[in-house]
Design a binder for this molecule. Structure first.
Ligand code: FAD
Length: 437
C-alpha cells in the first residue's frame, strides 16, 4: 500500500514514511519531525488519509491482540490490527465485529478515526458506539486514556476525529455474539424508491442488516429501481468449522485498466445485467460472511479498474423528510451520463453517533462511485453539493476529495469545538482544504 496515494488514486504530497512496530516507536517518532498523519491501510478514498508533507506514521505493523474475554466478548488490541485479522480470530470463537464496513482491509485505528458505519446502523449505530476505551499518544509526550466516561470530550473528538487528535495506539471494543458463520438473507427486487423506503421501514425491527443497490442509470418510471438486501446471523451452527470451510480464493487486478473501459454504455449495461439477474421478486439464501459483507474484496485492487485517473466516491446523508432532494439527485446523476457501478442506498437509524465529526445521523445515505473525469466530475459534484448544502445534509470525509469549506463547515457545526482537540503537529490534506476561511 502506498501511503502517498488514497484508495481513489489521489496523490499525497511528498512525505517521509515511518513504520511503527512497537508502541515505544510512536513517542520517539513524534520527536523527529514537526508534522504527522497516521496511515492505516489506506482504504479512505479521498485526501483525509493523505499527509500534507512531514511524516506518515504507518500503523499497520502495530497489530497485537492485548486481551480477549471469551465470555463477554470484550477485546483489546493494538490499533493497526486489521478487521480481516480480527475476524479470523473472533469468528471461530463465536464473536463478530459490531459494525462492519464493506471491506475487511481496514485497521481498528482507521475504523475509529472515521467512525465507520455498516449495514446495521439502524440497530447498532457506528463503530465508535462500541469502543469502550482507547489510548492516544500526543506529540507533547502526553498519553491520554479515554472512554465515554473518562476524558469524554477528548474521546468524542477522537471518534471520527480523522486522525487529527494524535496516534491511537490501542483500543477496547465490545464484540457481538454469533451462533454461526452464515447469514440468512433475502434479496428483493424493487421497482422504485418508494419500494425501498417501505422495505427499510419494514426491516428495521427484525433484520440486523439492510441496504439496497440502486440502478442509478435508470430514469423516468424506472428511477430508483434496484435490489434490496437484508440479513441476520443464522441462529444455529458451528462457527469454527463453518468459517474454516469459507476460505476464499481471490482475483487480483495486476495493472491499471485503460480509462475507456468505463463509459456510459458499459455502466448502463452493467446496471441492467445486475438488475435483470434477479428475475423473481424474492430470493432467500444462506450466505457465508465474505460474499455478504465484503463482495468487493474478492477482487484485490479492484480500484485499478478505474484506470490511471482513479475513482471518486460521493457519499451524503439527507434527513428523512428530504425525499424530493434525494429524488432530484438521482435524476441529475442519470442525466449526467457519468454513471456509477456502485450506488448503495441505506437508511441510518436514530442512534446518536459518539464523535463530534461522525458522519452518520438519521436519514438516507447514498454512496456512489465515479470514474474521475476531472472537470466533468467536478461540475457534477458541484450540482450535487448545492442540493446537499441547501437541504442541510453532509458529505462523508472518508470518501471525499472535493468538498468545499462551506459545505464541510455547515455539515459539521461542531468543527470549531473539535479543532481545540487537534494535536498541533497533526494535519492532513483534507483538513487543510476544509478548515479554511
Ligand atoms: C471497498 C470499501 C468499502 C468501504 N465501506 C465502508 C462502509 O461501509 N462504511 C464506512 O464507514 N466506510 C467504508 N469504507 C471506508 C473505510 O472504512 C474508511 O476509510 C476507513 O477509515 C479506512 O481505514 P484504514 O485503516 O484503511 O485507514 P486509512 O484510510 O489509512 O486512514 C483513515 C484515517 O484514519 C486515521 N488513522 C489510521 N490509523 C490511525 C491511528 N492508529 N491513530 C489515529 N488515526 C489513525 C488516518 O490518519 C486517516 O485520517 C470503505 C472503503 C472501501 C475501500
Amino acid at each position: 500500500m502506498n501511503p502517498t496515494q488514497s484508495w481513489g488514486g489521489m496523490q499525497g504530497r511528498e512525505s517521509r514514511q515511518e513504520p511503527i512496530f512497537w508502541k515505544q516507536d510512536i513517542s520517539a517518532a513524534l520527536l523527529r519531525d514537526h508534522q504527522f498523519l497516521c496511515h492505516g491501510l489506506g482504504r479512505s478514498y479521498g485526501d483525509s488519509c493523505l499527509p500534507s508533507g512531514g511524516t506518515a506514521l504507518l500503523l499497520s505493523p502495530l497489530r497485537k491482540l492485548r486481551s480477549f474475554d471469551e465470555k463477554t466478548g470484550l477485546l483489546s488490541a493494538e490499533a493497526g490490527l486489521s478487521l480481516a485479522e480480527l475476524l479470523d480470530f473472533i469468528v471461530p470463537r463465536g464473536w463478530f465485529i459490531p459494525v462492519s464496513p464493506g471491506t475487511r482491509y481496514v485497521t481498528l485505528g482507521g475504523a475509529i478515526a472515521n467512525d465507520i458505519h455498516g449495514k446495521n446502523h439502524h440497530k447498532r449505530g457506528t463503530f465508535g458506539c462500541h469502543v469502550t476505551e482507547m489510548e492516544v499518544l500526543r506529540s507533547n509526550g502526553e498519553t491520554i486514556i479515554c472512554s465515554p466516561w473518562r476524558e469524554p470530550e477528548f474521546f468524542a473528538a477522537t471518534i471520527g476525529g480523522l486522525g487529527l487528535t494524535g496516534v491511537i495506539s490501542w483500543c477496547t471494543v465490545q464484540l457481538i455474539p454469533i451462533a454461526s458463520a452464515f447469514l440468512e438473507t433475502e434479496t428483493i427486487r424493487t421497482t422504485g424508491l418508494d419500494d425501498f423506503f417501505a422495505l427499510e421501514d419494514e426491516s428495521a425491527r427484525d433484520w440486523e442488516y439492510s441496504m439496497s443497490w440502486i440502478d442509478c442509470m435508470a430514469q423516468g418510471s424506472k428511477r430508483g429501481r434496484g435490489i434490496f438486501f437484508r440479513g441476520n446471523h443464522a441462529p444455529y451452527g458451528h462457527p469454527a468449522e463453518e468459517y474454516a470451510a469459507q476460505a476464499q480464493w481471490k482475483l487480483a487486478i495486476p495493472f491499471q485498466a485503460p480509462s475507456w473501459c468505463l463509459n456510459r454504455w458499459s455502466i448502463r449495461a452493467f446496471n441492467e445485467v445486475v438488475y435483470q439477474q434477479q428475475q423473481k421478486r424474492l430470493k432467500q439464501r444462506r450466505m457465508p460472511i465474505d460474499p455478504f459483507f465484503y463482495p468487493l474484496d474478492k477482487v484485490l485492487h479492484w480500484n485499478r479498474l478505474y484506470g490511471k485517473r482513479g475513482l471518486l466516491q460521493y457519499q451524503f446523508v439527507l434527513a428523512t423528510d428530504r425525499l424530493d432532494e434525494l429524488k432530484r439527485i438521482f435524476d441529475i446523476i442519470a442525466q449526467s451520463g457519468l454513471g456509477s457501478f456502485l450506488a448503495v442506498l441505506k437508511k441510518f437509524g436514530d442512534i446518536r453517533s459518539p464523535g463530534m465529526l461522525s458522519f452518520p445521523r438519521e436519514g438516507y445515505t447514498l454512496t456512489l462511485d465515479f470514474q474521475n473525469q476531472g472537470e466533468r466530475s467536478q461540475a457534477l459534484f458541484q450540482k450535487l453539493d448545492a442540493i446537499v448544502l441547501k437541504a442541510g445534509g453532509r458529505l462523508y470525509p472518508a470518501k471525499d476529495a472535493m468538498m468545499s469549506p462551506e459545505l464541510f463547515q455547515s455539515g459539521y457545526p461542531l468543527w470549531r469545538e473539535f479543532s481545540r482537540h487537534i494535536d498541533p503537529k497533526f494535519t492532513s490534506q483534507f483538513w487543510q482544504r476544509v478548515s479554511r476561511g
